[in-house]
Design a protein around this ligand. Structure first.
Ligand SMILES: O=C(O)CCC(=O)C(=O)O
Length: 387
């Protein structure tokens, strides 16, 4: 059994050896949990108004406003009901910014291998995991804790591993080589999610009225040129970032969060969560819990798609709750344009009644924003709005 972790003053003791508390926090929550933490240290305690149970005063059941997200059946999207499914897709992106994708066609084995290898990565000793710690936001591999452990005033209850997935031949040698099958399993998963993402983007462009599948196959519609460019750019050189999140059990889950409210940088995120719920999205001014559906993806609109759609599709704030009983693992695959590209509203979606709503943006401005903000507000998109 792990020794109880003793926190006192500015030091802590494990097996008679002392570290500064700051050093301990930098090692992450998995390390603290493994060493028997019994109380949430003050570094992780949110101001009362930002804690997860604030809604409970209003509705009496702490954080149990459950939400069944709109479901998009990917197999139907590829069949004769495409037009109907495209309408549901548009409705979900406009009103929720999120949907659950079922029947997506990625083999179950590839998905369970991905969740399993993530678990095995976080189960390795800290000495193995820490090899991948880096403060460099552009590093092809980055193990860390909280949201931004260099800047966060209050830490959140989450460790992560981030992997840049493109261009694969450049980044792969930097990825963890253990567990022994890590690279092979993550590569399979990354390739499958990229293909799925491309098919979803095609459907999204169509749902925005920017593309017509039939015209594309006939190759006649000159109006599609810009949007074909975007598809090509995404396909050939689009960025893909894989984020594996580990949320260990937390002794006082009502005092802290696994992730603070944030929206996702990028075009679309495909999120795989295990059966432990925790993801909440902001919907109609409430935080609502997303019910996991086995084998499905939670897909959400990112900042770039909101900008590209000139505000029609919404990149919605979401956050993660932790619990005192179970580990939770999630894997987010974030897809977007190349890091060097500028993102702007599609010309065809700027009209007299819906004038341009966002400034041009790029990855450099996102990095500047992230470096300068603390954990209170992770809302890059607000800084891009023209009005
Ligand atoms: O763990 C989750 O459910 C969400 C993770 C997330 O929001 C992220 O990685 O940006």
């Amino acid at each position: 059994m792990s020794p109880a972790l003793v926190l006192s003053g500015k030091t802590r003791e494990i097996n008679g050896s002392y570290d500064s508390l700051e050093m301990l926090y930098q090692k992450g929550v998995k390390h603290m949990y493994d060493n028997g933490i019994e109380h949430v240290p003050s570094k992780y305690i949110l101001p009362a108004a930002e804690r997860p149970n604030v809604n409970s005063e209003k509705n009496g059941s702490p954080d149990e406003l459950n939400l069944n997200l709109p479901i998009i059946d990917f197999a139907e999207l590829q069949g004769p009901n495409r037009a109907q499914v495209l309408k549901s897709l548009a409705y979900a992106c406009e009103n929720y910014g999120f949907f659950q994708l079922v029947n997506h066609g990625i083999p179950e084995e590839i998905i369970s291998n991905m969740v399993n290898v993530s678990k095995r990565f976080f189960e390795m000793p800290f000495s193995e995991r820490e090899k991948y710690m880096s403060a460099d936001m552009s590093s092809p591999v980055r193990y860390g804790t909280s949201f931004n452990q260099t800047n966060d005033g209050v830490f959140c209850w989450r460790d992560f591993l981030k992997l840049v997935c493109h261009p694969l031949s450049d980044v792969l040698p930097h990825w963890p080589s253990s567990p022994f099958d890590f690279r092979q399993l993550v590569v399979s998963y990354a390739k499958e999610t990229k293909l799925l993402f491309m098919l979803l983007v095609e459907a999204i462009l169509e749902s925005l009225g920017l593309k017509n599948r039939e015209n594309k196959t006939e190759g006649v519609n000159d109006d599609d040129v810009d949007d074909d460019d975007i598809l090509k750019e995404l396909e050939d050189d689009g960025s893909q970032l894989m984020v594996m999140n580990c949320y260990p059990p937390c002794p006082q889950p009502d005092l802290t969060l696994g992730m603070p409210p944030h929206s996702d940088y990028g075009f679309l995120t495909l999120l795989l969560q295990d059966q432990v719920k925790g993801l909440q999205i902001q919907h109609q001014h409430n935080w609502v819990t997303v019910q996991p559906i086995p084998g499905s993806f939670v897909v959400n609109v990112g900042d770039h798609l909101e900008i590209f759609s000139n505000g029609r599709y919404k990149s919605v704030l979401h956050r993660v709750l932790v619990n005192s009983m179970n580990y939770r693992i999630s894997v987010a695959s974030l897809h977007s344009l190349p890091f060097t590209s500028t993102v702007r509203p599609s010309d065809k979606l700027i009209t007299d009644t819906n004038p341009r709503r966002y400034k041009d943006t790029d990855f450099a401005s996102f990095l500047d924003y992230i470096k300068s903000c603390d954990s209170k507000k992770k809302n890059f998109l607000e800084s891009r709005k023209l009005y």
